[in-house]
Structures are given as structure tokens and as C-alpha cells.
Design a protein. Sequence first.
Length: 213
Amino acid sequence: MLNGSYKYRLHPDFRKSILGYFYEKESIFSAFLKELEVIKEMSEKINRTPLINKTFKYDEKPENFGFLILPTLREYQLFCYTLDHMMSDNLNKEFFEGKITKSDLSEGETMEKIDNQLIRKLEIWINKTVRFTDHGPKNEMLKIFRGIRGLRSIPAHSHFRNEWNLKFYEDQKKLIIKAYTAIRTLRLILANHRIAKSVVVPDWLFKGEIRTF
């Protein structure tokens, strides 16, 4: 049905599936959900209070947490909103209670000002708790958290002009890869804590056996 169909080839893993072979890797969406579970367990070991408010079994995952059915602006915005709800909005404010003081703040910041800035609180707590030889991955993680936060600037219930464009498929794929990278980095940061080392990470997650389709 495609013009110039000779230019296209089946994804090798999809080809295996239609020939009766099972996928050898887990979906990036399943991996994202499992990372949240591991982060919650690690944070409870470290602080007794979980860093993550809610985890999701795969059959209970949010309605819009999956590949787009239609490549429209509205569907993409709903996905961005859902993703932020599972990341920034899912950080537990109580986790940081008593862990951040005035001396940890930058010039111009106050405890009242950052009270609901959970990404900033996460940044402060990590910098206080973990020593880094390379701050690059941690900084990139925080950048992704903030970037996804910014993408939900158009509320899911607002009336904006919809748009149909195949580019939204690619935009979403890039975004879920970034989001997963950030969540995985957070798990790896927590894994450096001596108390969290007892938490078992599934072998497939540890090895990164994940597919992005």
C-alpha cells in the first residue's frame, strides 16, 4: 500500500514474531513501569518513605501510556501529560521532609518557594546524598524531567487546534526513550547507596534487554 514499497523492510523483531518466534526483549513501556517499582523499593530501603507515590502493573497502566494510535497533536499532548504525571507529579513530597535545609538552597531560593518544586528538591537531595565523578548523566536526567514538565504546558482538557502528522509517531518514540533514560538514571543513582544494594533488579532490566517498538 506504500508508494515505493521496495524501500521498506519489516523490523527484524516483528518479522520473527510473525514467523512464530517470541520477542527476546521487553517493551520500553514495561521497562519504564518496572523501573518505577525498583526505584520505589530502593528509596524505601534508604529513607523508609518512598520517593515514588504510585507504581503501575502493566494491566493497570494509565490509559495514554503506550504508542500513539493516531498521529495527532491531541494524542501526543495527552501522552506528554501522562508521562509527566508518572514522573514529576509522581515524586513523593514527604520523601524530602527533613532532608533539605536552608543551607542547601541557592541564592534567592527559600523553603517556601521550592515547597512544591519536586524536581528541584530531587536535585538538592541527590547532590547532598551522592558523590559523582561525572555529573553529566545526573544533569541530563534532571534536564529531561524538566523538559517533559514543560511539554505539558498545554492542559490535556484545553481546546487547541488538532493536527494530524506522522511526525508525532517519531516524536513520541524519541520522548519515551528520553523519559526511560531519565528514570533508569535515577534508579542507577539510588543503586549506588549502600543500603539499596540489597534490592534485586531483574536481569533483563539490568542488562537493558529492551525493545523500542
